[in-house]
Design a protein around this ligand. Structure first.
Ligand code: IMP
Ligand code: MG
Length: 178
């Protein structure tokens, strides 16, 4: 992969991300003290956020992953939830936290939350690093958010543009194509 970053400008630095992840972990530690939590990460984008978040948790914690859909080559949501890869572990009676790196339209998360609710977890919450509030098409209850953004397409720290840039340690705002 090229290391050049055309039309990208840094929005959240590595340090800012670490600070936000630390605050989210601290809030979860306080809210769930003494209770085991079951985290469900939304692939692919949440893989780095999940890895950092769990290391800040001072709780008994289990981890699962689900893959719901992907943007493919487009930079706006198709609104279609597809290409689902199933979760492994039952959620019934557990304290479930869905971990996503960004919530935009909310469509993928709303679909996942509906499925999870039907399986009767003890509690169900959502933790996202970035809440892109301007893109919301369906309401989604976001319980823990690191950053709030109105609009813009982000890459880095798990977020991709056509599968590129997921490995960048900071989060960058992608400008219009040159
Ligand atoms: P939503 O269903 O529109 O809320 O978005 C679902 C998924 O689209 C997110 O979990 C991300 O994987 C991806 N996504 C949304 N906004 C961005 C972005 O700005 N950059 C990269 N991926 C994004
Ligand atoms: Mg995602």
């Amino acid at each position: 992969m090229s290391t050049k970053k055309p039309n990208l400008r840094e929005l959240y630095s590595e340090a800012a991300i670490a600070g936000a992840v630390g605050r989210l972990a601290a809030a979860i530690n306080a809210d769930y003290a003494g209770r085991p939590v079951h985290l469900i990460g939304v692939l692919k984008g949440a893989f780095l956020f999940m890895a950092d978040l769990v290391r800040g948790l001072d709780l008994e914690c289990s981890v699962d992953f689900v893959r719901l859909s992907s943007y493919g080559a487009a930079t706006t949501s198709s609104g279609v939830v597809q290409e689902r890869l199933a979760r492994q572990d039952p959620v019934r009676g557990r304290h479930v936290i869905v971990v996503d790196e960004i919530v935009d339209s909310g469509l993928t998360l709303a679909a996942l939350l509906r499925d999870l609710e039907a399986e009767r977890p003890a509690t169900l919450r959502v933790c996202t690093l970035v809440d892109k509030v301007g893109g919301r098409k369906v309401p989604v209850p976001v319980d823990y958010r690191g950053f709030t953004l109105d609009d813009g397409f982000l890459v880095g720290y798990g977020l991709d543009l056509d599968e590129r840039y997921r490995n960048l340690p900071a989060i960058w705002l992608a400008g219009p194509p040159a």
